[in-house]
Design a protein around this ligand. Structure first.
Ligand code: CP
Ligand code: NVA
Length: 312
């Protein structure tokens, strides 16, 4: 006989449209649960029995789509996918009010954050942000799980993000700040993270005995870091800027020289997909200190924990 799953704490906020929709306390519980479901997946294999979840993706995906589909299936639920623009064939508010009659939750990848927010506004079922131009909160959960597995604890680590002040960087800085990680962003001029988000992350960090700093100097960010993170220079939707971004970001590549400035036990992170030879060299991403596939693996476990805490 399979043992009953442990009691699962419900997240108070109905949606996960952004990192701060879960409380700091819920984040800690979620990370513990992610470890638990990774260790003993069978304990949770029927927690979503009879539940269907819709995936609405406006942008391509390998990791996010597959790990959500697998997470739902491995928790005993069922997923259905709709690819393409949301709210172009009919008003978004109608899409939301159709879906909430059929499914238990909506997982969505969008261009505009407003699309995620409007789906959450109009739908009676929970909405999960699977990446927007502003946030990538599910990625940050898996990244925190990965760092904690690797270092044993998070408080006091120094995490450097070298590259674009984009959705991945913005979610990471908030999560890091909440978990007592010192976060440093090194981005080229004109490719800053949102100033209000930086200010919010700095206030959260201060309350947790940590710091969030921003620089244009990649070496300064890398110095003594326990982890160096980067992401593509041109995100989905900004492909037409790729050439000008290659010039602007030329000094921001994570290569062996930059990586050597980090702590001796530092790891390399990337959300993937990566463009080798642009934001990272092949030598760094393929080095034994690269944990990019651990991050990808943990997408599955962290998202299972998220769905369990939202829907159980
Ligand atoms: N990291 C990530 O979100 O990958 P996909 O774009 O393949 O989902
Ligand atoms: N910043 C990237 C992340 C991809 C997972 C993008 O938005 O395209």
């Amino acid at each position: 006989m399979t043992a009953a799953p442990p009691q699962i704490r419900k997240i108070a906020h109905p949606d996960f449209t952004k990192d701060l929709d879960i409380t700091q306390d819920e984040l800690l519980v979620l990370l513990d649960l992610a470890t638990g479901v990774k260790r003993e997946p069978r304990l949770y294999s029927s927690c979503l029995a009879g539940r269907s979840i819709a995936l609405l993706f406006e942008k391509p995906s390998l990791r996010t789509r597959m790990t959500f589909e697998l997470a739902i299936q491995q928790l005993g639920g069922f997923s259905i996918l709709n690819d393409g623009p949301i709210g172009s064939r009919e008003p978004l508010k109608d899409v939301a009010r159709n879906l909430d009659r059929w499914v238990s939750a909506i997982v969505t990848r969008t261009f505009l954050q407003k699309t995620v927010d409007d789906l959450a506004k109009w739908s009676k079922v929970p909405v999960v942000n699977a990446l927007s131009d502003t946030w990538h909160p599910c990625q940050a959960l898996a990244d925190m799980q990965t760092l904690r597995e690797h270092f044993g604890s998070l408080r006091g680590l120094r995490l450097a993000f070298v590259g674009d002040g984009n959705n991945v960087a913005q979610s990471l800085m908030l999560c890091a700040a909440r978990l007592g990680i010192d976060f440093v962003l090194a981005n080229p001029p004109r490719y800053d993270a949102n100033a209000a988000i930086i200010a919010e992350a700095q206030a959260i960090a201060a309350a947790n005995g940590a710091t969030v700093t921003v620089t244009h100097d990649p070496a300064e960010a890398a110095r003594g870091a326990h982890a160096i993170y980067t992401d593509v220079w041109a995100s989905m939707g900004a492909e037409n800027e790729a050439a000008e971004r290659r010039t602007a970001f030329a000094d921001y590549q994570v290569d062996e020289d930059l990586f050597s400035k980090a702590a001796p036990n530092a790891v390399f992170l990337h959300c993937l997909p990566a463009k080798r030879g642009e934001e990272v060299t092949d030598a760094v991403i393929e080095s034994p200190r690269s944990v990019v596939f651990d991050q990808a693996e943990n997408r599955l476990h962290a998202q299972k924990a998220l769905l369990l805490m939202m829907l159980s």
